[in-house]
Ligand binder design. Structure first.
Ligand SMILES: Nc1nc2c(c(=O)[nH]1)N[C@H]1C(S)=C(S)[C@@H](COP(=O)(O)O)O[C@H]1N2
Ligand SMILES: [Mo]
Length: 173
């Protein structure tokens, strides 16, 4: 008798459910990427690809909706025009929470950005410049772009340091 009760007991103890995946959980999961994965998102997120992290190929990321920022920057000549997904749209899509996001790049550069920046300044995960996908050698495939020209208060070293390029991982914490 006690043996028969064990799975239920264990399941309660571990907070696990061995039944079919509830419809709600399935709704919450993201489609698996079919193309090359360019972005992984972890940490305090509600929706994941595999229960652990949210993975995006370029098409999936851009399907969240592109906006455009034209701005000068320390790395471009004159005005440059970028297209990308507002980070606030990604936050919404995956149900992210937390106060800060740690970004990591392919070259191991890392920077932490407060989530309040996303609504305040509207930075984007730029994937295109003048409509053309940005190659890794040109600081792609994902480059965090702020509207510096239109926002004088962020034209300083502290904020330029947030302009991480070759982004591969974001962790909400
Ligand atoms: N991937 C990546 N992004 C990066 C960096 C880097 O080394 N790698 N340097 C950061 C820092 S510290 C600043 S101030 C700005 C400008 O870097 P730069 O002056 O070396 O061009 O880009 C930021 N983005
Ligand atoms: Mo810097």
């Amino acid at each position: 008798m006690t043996v028969g009760l064990r799975p239920a007991f264990l399941s309660a103890l571990l907070g696990l459910s061995f039944g079919p995946i509830p419809a709600e959980a399935e709704e919450r999961s993201l489609d698996a990427p079919t193309g090359r994965v360019i972005l992984e998102v972890r940490g305090l997120i509600e929706r994941t690809t595999d229960g652990e992290a949210a993975y995006f190929d370029l098409e999936q990321l851009e399907s969240l909706g592109l906006t455009e920022i034209s701005t000068e920057s320390p790395w471009t000549d004159g005005m440059a025009t970028f297209q990308g997904v507002p980070i606030s749209a990604l936050v919404e899509h995956i149900g992210a929470s937390g106060t800060d996001v740690r970004f990591l790049a392919l070259d191991d550069y890392t920077v932490t950005i407060p989530v309040t920046d996303f609504d305040t300044y509207g930075p984007i995960l730029a994937t295109r410049r003048d409509g053309v996908a940005i190659e890794i050698r040109d600081k792609g495939p994902i480059w965090v772009i702020y509207p510096w020209t239109n926002t004088p208060e962020i034209q300083n070293e502290e904020n330029y340091a947030k302009s991480i390029w070759q982004v591969s991982l974001m962790v909400f914490e």
